[in-house]
Design a binder for this molecule. Sequence first.
Ligand SMILES: Cc1ncc(COP(=O)(O)O)c(C=O)c1O
Length: 452
Amino acid sequence: MGDFIKQDVCKQWVERDKKVIAPCQHLSYFPLAVDRAKDSTVVDTDGNEFIDFLTSASSLNLGSCNEHITAGIQEQLAKCTQYTAAYTYSPATIEYAERLCSVFPGRPAEDVRIAFGNCGSDCNDAAVKFARAYTGRRKIITFINAYHGSTYGSIALSCVTTRMASKMGPFMGDIYHFPFYGSEAPDMPAEWYVKEIQEAFDTYLPAEEVAAVIIEPVQGDGGLNLANDKFMHALYALCKKHGILFISEEVQQAFWRDGHWFGIEYFDGIVPDGVIMGKSVGASLTLGAFMARKDIMESLPAPAHLFTLGGNAIACAAGCAAFDYYQTDEFQGILKRNERVMLELLEQTMADHPNTIGFIRGVGMSRGLAVVKKSEDGSMEADTTGTFKIVYRSYELGLLMISVADNILRIQPPLNITEEELRRGFAIANQAISEYEAGEISDDVLVNQAGW
Ligand SMILES: Cc1ncc(COP(=O)(O)O)c(C=O)c1O
């Protein structure tokens, strides 16, 4: 086994953190205190450098301190940081809204309106408010293993770990969770994928009382799982039949993370009624947005949904700069190359570790590798301990990567990472996997385990 990294200063920060920050605010994998970061490199307070495969939980699609975004922020800073858009009108906010409405999947900008918030969670809440107001119905359908956020509303929509549900109830009512069918679902007739929902409609959940379905086209924290195509189309058809709004939850996967503006664009013919955004919508700053059909967005009177700093100028200026860069040939060329190289590297990793890597998940630059234990008969089970050891050893070797859904290595580098860094990141992950296979990673590292 190679060198261990220096952690002295980082550990001091961890100790200070424990004295002031509530423990529920960390899903910690390793004692990493970020000192600075640029593009695809993160540097901790001990001076260790990491290749970034986490992108601040997919909130830095163009990496840290991206030059275009920094220039946009600086230009706005020269005018003002923000002035509340609740009582005044904010040019940067309006300019960003115009851009976002113009890329609503399948609808012209003039049929779309947007409401800004502060993060992904409150924009999930927004979707529920607007859906209920517009339809006059109360019930909402979401999916098992989906994470929608940490406000009271979005926790109620989520269904990913009981640690987010215990001790805090009662939550917002009338939420119903159903199975999500992703890449491992068997090939069945379309109706099969919505049989649980249909059964509910036939027995205890009147379809005419359901306001909306909120679904991630690629479940993020649920395991980077692209929804099954037939499932999505069957669900969409059910929504159309019963006048239920179809809302695409794009907080983690939008902004080219999975190869399009929005993950829903993977599914031909599905035109969502609303789109929920967070994370990279703020291009590194805190922001959220919910956009939907104009008639839906006009269903709530002022001040039913506004925040003092929601859609603040500085985050919207950052968003505009990122948006404009996404449109360039330069970015699109880099993205296509990285998607190709990444797939090649994922496949090579699986080929090199056939007994440890069970399958590849996700699309584009939003990928997962499943760490498994295989039996002689070819069956496999999730290897949660192995996953953590690989994550921790990768960190020691200079790769910042975490896991989701117990055993899925979460691989979401900056979309514009250089090819050399992408390859170096995979080389580190491969070394960690090899050391794990050779039994060289001590159980001692498991004390750091406090993930999902
Ligand atoms: C799919 C999804 N929705 C919502 C959220 C919540 O976003 P935020 O933490 O910005 O409130 C997350 C965060 O991980 C997410 O992945």
